[in-house]
Design a protein around this ligand. Structure first.
Ligand code: MN
Ligand code: MN
Length: 466
């Protein structure tokens, strides 16, 4: 059971450089794409460049598709489904890579802007599971869209270019923290206190008393918003603006073996899944990559895994392939195999007590398979079949992919869930897999470059051989 460190497969030189190069492209990707919309936009474009055709356009043209054809479907700009049509009929099943592209963050409320003591503030509501105390005194950026009544959309991206201003949530000075330091960690920073400071200059006073406004700092911010973005206060009602850590992902460690970045969960699985699709020419079974939104809040909504989006796409693709019937769609889903990829908790020498060492994930030991997740006696878990796990062991060993098995912490220590159980509802073979992460759900998470690379190799092997 003693697994070799995957770095040992890549000695200094050309082999190790391949690992570093893949990681560097990933580092640039996550530095540029911090939200589900940004990931969807960038990967959609990359897929079209690689020869993928938009599903809606194919439907419109009543096109027919055949083995080797590449198809992409965009779910409201927040999720993607990619297909490479296989040689076998789709009814025989698909090989599916699933991952999510939303990450924990703070979202602006619908009525966010207010002034207090001549400071302009933006009110937020956090998204996903966060330790709120981790989000204070950090440089933060605003990413998102403001949709206007006239049908136009203004893209917001402030805080990540070197010349941009940044924003932040303040914390109490230690000198006045006597009461705060006595509180439980969950209460040290309250959800309602996660408001962003965005300005402090008052607008010039109006001579005309009738035009005089009460909150002149807020008024000044509104003038900037109007002049620079053409939006007014009411436009926040139809905006989705996400507050995320500002700045690029960085190489981590003297040996540059790791990357620290925002939102490895779950772009560290989404990116290699997408890249594996680009390797597929004419597979035996249809290859699929599903990148979904809303996992961090329970996979709900039209862009989450619970949505009918994927099922509808399968029906449409089968129709274009001349294979559609309701029964055929059901069989295609039932006969499929899935790697439901999400991050695993990496063993942390600072916190050994929450892990059980034989069944923990480690940096450098490759792609992680979690036969089950869940909590309190595996509750809520998709417990993958032993037969399926055996097949995956064979595929990974044949392709010399480093892999490890793990569960999320000690029994009864906590737990978590993924999108796996939702796909398993179609009676498919599904297993949780992914990449180990340190600092999971913190503003800056850490992954190992070699684990990212092994995940990529593992996904390619799965699509080709499963
Ligand atoms: Mn995740
Ligand atoms: Mn997560």
């Amino acid at each position: 059971m003693d697994k070799k460190n995957a770095w040992e497969k890549y000695p200094q030189g050309a082999k190790r450089n391949k690992v570093y190069k893949f990681a560097e492209e990933y580092r640039q990707f996550i530095s540029a794409c911090k939200t589900e919309r940004e990931c969807t936009g960038a990967l959609y474009e990359k897929a079209i460049e690689a020869g993928y055709k938009d599903l809606d356009k194919l439907i419109e043209k009543k096109a027919s598709v055949k083995a080797g054809d590449k198809i992409i479907a965009n779910n409201m700009g927040k999720g993607l489904a990619l297909f490479v049509v296989g040689k076998k009929s789709m009814e025989k099943g698909m090989n599916i890579l699933g991952a999510h592209i939303d990450s924990p963050r703070l979202d602006l409320k619908q009525v966010p802007l207010y002034e207090d003591t001549e400071m302009a503030m933006l009110d937020t509501h956090y998204y996903g599971g966060v330790k709120k105390y981790q989000w204070v005194t950090l440089p933060l950026a605003l990413h998102g869209v403001i949709c206007k009544k006239d049908g136009t959309t203004v893209t917001v991206n402030i805080g990540d270019k070197p010349e941009d201003p940044v924003f932040g949530v303040s914390d109490l000075l230690i000198h006045l923290s006597g009461d705060q330091m006595e509180k439980k960690a969950a209460k040290v920073i309250e959800g309602e206190s996660l408001d962003l400071l965005i300005g402090s200059i008052p607008a010039p006073e109006e001579e005309d008393e009738k035009k005089a406004v009460k909150d002149r700092v807020k008024a000044n911010i509104l003038t900037i918003l109007s002049e620079e973005y053409g939006v007014e206060e009411d436009d926040f009602l139809s905006a989705e603006i996400e507050v995320v850590p500002a700045g690029e992902a960085r190489d981590y460690g003297l040996d540059r073996s790791m990357i620290m970045g925002y939102g490895h969960d779950d772009r560290v699985c989404a990116y290699p899944s997408f890249m594996a699709m680009l390797e597929m020419k004419k597979p035996e079974y249809t290859s699929v990559c599903l990148l979904v939104d809303k996992e961090e809040i329970g996979s709900v909504g039209a862009s989450g895994m619970e949505s009918r989006f994927f099922e509808n796409c399968v029906a449409e693709v089968m129709n274009l392939a001349g294979e559609y019937s309701e029964l055929a769609v059901r069989r295609a889903l039932k006969n499929s195999k899935v790697l439901s990829s999400d991050v695993s908790a990496a063993f942390d020498p600072n916190y050994p007590s929450v892990m059980e060492k034989r069944n923990a994930a480690y940096f450098g030991k490759g792609l992680v398979f979690n036969k089950y997740t869940g909590s309190r006696g595996k509750a809520g878990s998709n417990d993958a079949n032993a037969e399926y796990m055996a097949k995956l062991r064979r595929i990974m060993d044949d392709a010399d992919v480093s892999f490890q098995t793990a569960e999320l912490g000690k029994v009864d220590q906590g737990g978590g869930g993924t999108i796996a159980y939702i796909l398993a509802n179609y009676d498919m073979n599904v297993i949780d897999s992914g990449v180990a992460v340190l600092n999971m759900h913190a503003p800056w998470e850490i992954i190992s470059k070699v684990d990212l690379y092994e995940a990529f190799l593992g996904y390619v092997a799965f699509l080709k051989e499963a």
